[in-house]
Design a protein around this ligand. Structure first.
Ligand code: SAM
Length: 283
């Protein structure tokens, strides 16, 4: 019998430990272990990796990650009610699971992890985007993680993988695709969760690139992209006029028509624009 078979079904775990879902903590649990194993497999080969999981809850995905062979799993969970259930899993997998009670936005996991590191999580929706943006903007690149396998509301997942010309295309797509290969690998209906959320969900997998896809200064790129999409309906010559006075020349030098709108500009185009803006500012 493998370790996972010694553990009680997740529905029993929830009943035993009184884990009624709390909306304030974004608690929508995955109780189907076939599904959590399938999500864990999307993370790739974990046998030589430490895996960071945010928000394990009763531990459905945690079980999947361990059963699929993760070398070690480090969990950060804010809800102390989940700790007894997670400790049961830690006992079934000696020396492979560490649980930290705390807020993922405040805890620094690095002291507890040995590279190579993958991150996998059914994220609490209230903090998911903030964590993703942090993971995509570390002080140095490459980041501490090799890959991210993350559950998001479908609308957020679509913003991460969006291409130019679509409504979903914006800052998140540019940030994610500049630093990583990003794809949606699974779609889940509300009924896959207990309780079911109002919206559908998607699992996004991101592989870190060894270096950003096109050269650009991160601060300048972020400034230009923010300015362009803050006024996404305006032509770029108007939306970006506060960035540098000679914006039309700078856009032309970057190969972008001043009459285009942010939505039409590719990631490569934004990186070229960031380089021209930096040049115009004498950076
Ligand atoms: N991974 C579990 C699953 O798939 O069944 C639970 C997922 S549930 C969507 C989100 C989990 O994140 C909950 O267990 C919740 O308590 C936890 N959580 C919410 N905010 C958190 C935070 N700031 N830091 C760490 N965990 C958090």
């Amino acid at each position: 019998m493998s370790a996972i078979d010694t553990l009680p079904p997740l529905r029993d775990v929830i009943a035993t430990h009184g884990l009624s879902a709390r909306k304030s903590l974004g608690q929508n649990f995955l109780l189907d272990l076939n599904l959590t194993a399938k999500i864990a497999r999307q993370a790739g080969d974990m046998t030589a990796c430490d895996v960071l999981e945010i928000g394990p809850g009763p531990g459905g995905l945690t079980r999947g990650l361990l059963a699929e062979g993760a070398r070690r799993v480090l969990c950060i969970e804010k809800d102390s009610r989940c700790l007894p259930a997670l400790n049961e899993i830690a006992e079934a997998y000696p020396d492979r699971l560490t649980v930290i009670e705390g807020d993922a936005l405040e805890v620094d996991p690095l002291a507890h992890l040995t590279p190579p590191i993958r991150i996998a999580a059914n994220l609490p929706y209230n903090v998911g985007t903030e964590l993703l943006v942090r993971w995509l903007t570390p002080p140095q690149w490459p980041p501490f993680w090799q890959s991210l396998t993350l559950m998001f509301q479908r609308e957020v997942a679509e913003r991460i993988v969006a291409q130019p010309g679509s409504k979903a295309y914006g800052r998140l797509a540019i940030l994610a695709q500049w630093r990583a290969d990003a794809k949606i690998v699974l779609q889940l209906p509300p009924g896959a969760f207990t309780p079911p959320p109002k919206v559908s969900s998607s699992v996004v997998h991101l592989d870190a690139l060894p270096e950003p896809r096109f050269p650009a200064d991160p601060a300048v790129l972020s400034h230009v992209v923010a300015a362009a999409f803050n006024q996404r309906r305006k032509m770029l010559r108007a939306a970006l006029k506060g960035v540098v006075p000679q914006i039309e020349d700078v856009l032309n030098a970057a190969g972008i028509k001043p009459t285009e709108r942010a939505e039409q500009v590719s990631l490569e185009g934004f990186c070229a624009l960031a380089r021209e803006v930096a040049k115009a500012k004498g950076k």
